[in-house]
Design a protein around this ligand. Structure first.
Ligand code: GTP
Ligand code: MG
Length: 175
């Protein structure tokens, strides 16, 4: 049995808190407060971290940490990435430039992703004008990075667990 610290990150409102709540087997730790950020209309936003846990069928235990999305909390991202074995970079396909969002988070989490596994999880595809994932893979290729790109609706437990299992498979290949 292995234990994995996994960090879910990505822009504000992409669904980090939602994804952890969707699959955690313990009541997730949430630090959301009322959102006063006019750039995103959602009711609440994370100001600390999200935490949840999931045990896989093979007994592996995942400790899941969600970052706060607002860039004013970027100082916490480094701290949260320490010791992480896997990073899920979540992107929202309906934002103006989701590929650039991916690159932003790849840059912020470069140290952590060099030592760990990483996958790109793309959400809100049902509302996106371009539903293909190719633009993400092409950009990764240009950056000489080989990370899987998967569709993931943060509200759907099966989507989140599939993304996690893919990440774990990548990590176990490295162990
Ligand atoms: N339609 C649709 N809604 C989604 C999808 N993924 C997430 N959502 C919704 O988007 C919202 C995301 O909110 P949060 O989970 O608070 O996002 P967050 O990334 O934790 O945001 P911050 O903590 O503010 O950075 C929720 O209302 C979800 O139901 C998706 O694929 N499609
Ligand atoms: Mg959140």
């Amino acid at each position: 049995m292995n234990e994995f610290k996994i960090v879910l990150t990505g822009p504000m409102g992409v669904g980090k808190t939602t994804a952890i709540a969707a699959i955690s087997e313990i009541a997730p730790v949430k630090t959301d407060v009322q959102n006063n950020d006019s750039s995103n209309a959602k009711a609440t936003t994370t100001v600390g971290l999200d935490y949840g846990e999931l045990t896989l069928d093979n007994g592996d235990k995942l400790r899941l940490y969600g970052t706060p999305g607002q860039e004013r909390f970027a100082f916490m991202w480094d701290i949260m990435a320490q010791g992480a074995l896997g990073i899920i970079i979540m992107v929202d396909a309906t934002r103006p430039d989701p590929v650039a969002d991916m690159v932003t988070y790849l840059t912020y989490f470069r140290n952590a992703t060099q030592k760990s596994g990483c996958i790109i999880a793309v959400g809100r595809l049902e509302h996106a004008s371009d539903t293909s994932l190719e633009a993400f893979s092409e950009r990764l290729e240009q950056l000489n990075l080989v990370y899987p790109v998967v569709p993931m609706d943060a509200r759907v437990p099966q989507d989140v667990s599939m993304a996690l299992e893919l990440l774990i498979t990548q990590l176990e290949a490295k162990l």
